[in-house]
Write a protein that binds this ligand. Sequence first.
Ligand code: NZQ
Ligand code: ZN
Length: 401
Amino acid sequence: MNNFTFHTPTEIIFGKGAEAETSALIQKYGGSRILVIIGGGSVIRSGLLKRLEGQLRQNRIAYRLHGGVKPNPVASHVREGIKAALDFGADFILAVGGGSVIDEAKAIAHGTKNPQTDFWAFWEGEAELTASLPIGTVLTIAAAGSETSASAVITNKQTGRKRGLTTPFNRPCFAVMNPELTFTLPKDQIACGIVDILMHTLERYFINAGSNRLTDEIAEGLMRTVIENGRIALGNPSDYDAMSELMWCGSLSHNGLTGLGRPSDFSVHQMGHELSARYDVSHGASLSAVWGGWAEHCRQDGVTRFAQYARKVWGIEDRNDDEAAKDGIGQTLRFFKEIGMPVCLPELNIGTIDEETVLDLAERCTYYGKRAIGQLKPLDAEGIAEVYRKAGGGRAIISRE
Ligand code: NZQ
Ligand code: ZN
């Protein structure tokens, strides 16, 4: 087991009616002037925002609204939020929504605390973040895990870059998690969330260094739970128990727990981010469309690991590791198909990704030669291009029937 530090300070308030605690939590963490961040309107339609606003007014907490955060949140809208927070004198940022709203809230918190620095410099690694405003979250979708994670992902449309920033300042003070708030989700968003939760676990699981038996067991149990309850939730999005399991798995899959004591890979996320940056496809779809190509490219470098995954998560009984590994990959892709997610690039419905585009995406993914990605099988630009091709980009269109 490798050395590790595990610090997840976010206070979690989980269950029915949890949002009633929001004002008290804001006060507990020192907020008195709040910028409330929301997305495209789901929290208005569900009545959640109205309830929270009533609660804030009742507790005499001053607030201003910053709405209109888009899925795959963009830098220009973050800057508008920073301006609004500075004008209002906000001392606390409250995110009400999903990963996009929470990530934008994190970026606004950092930018507002450091008005002399354009916030994007933190994402480009050109400035070091040493202070931020406190953030609280009321979660409405089980997916990104941003409600407890140390990451925030923003897209800069000017440069076509989608970048993540990992810092302890991204950990929210609190996460209000009421599974009932997810009942209004459309099924395609539930499916995107299922993929993302699985992928946060898979990206920590497929590595070839640093064994940790307990971490493996937690990861395998989490994935089985997501698959089983994902099916139930898609059959009935108002199933409280299934939505509860998904919501809790979403946080645990990305707060660090499922990767303790070993390195992680995260190459599929990096390749997915390039697709989202260019085509604005949803995060979950960008991952499921690439994973099959990645698994095919990397299987030989991790046969034992893929076989363990097949046996422990999918119950595959093949004696031969090689066959088990292949079957586990096949089961995963069939599951993605079953829940309506794309399993190759053509299924993203963004037109043909030609060879020139494949090479450009790959170059971008290496930050133009500055890095390789992945741990199980480190990928340079050519390796990344090969994964995109195996996922159906470039000349080699592959059917995954
Ligand atoms: O914008 P609204 O109207 O709220 O609608 C949203 C949005 O259209 C809708 N939605 C959310 N909750 C709902 C609901 N609709 C009805 N009822 C509800 N209860 O769902 C759509 C997607 O929302 P979004 O916040 O984009 O989803 P998600 O949580 O999947 O977040 C995706 C973003 O998170 C980033 C992704 O890259 C992407 O930008 N990620 C953030 C991470 C992190 N900070 O740790 C890690 C992840 O790997 C990921 O990269
Ligand atoms: Zn993700």
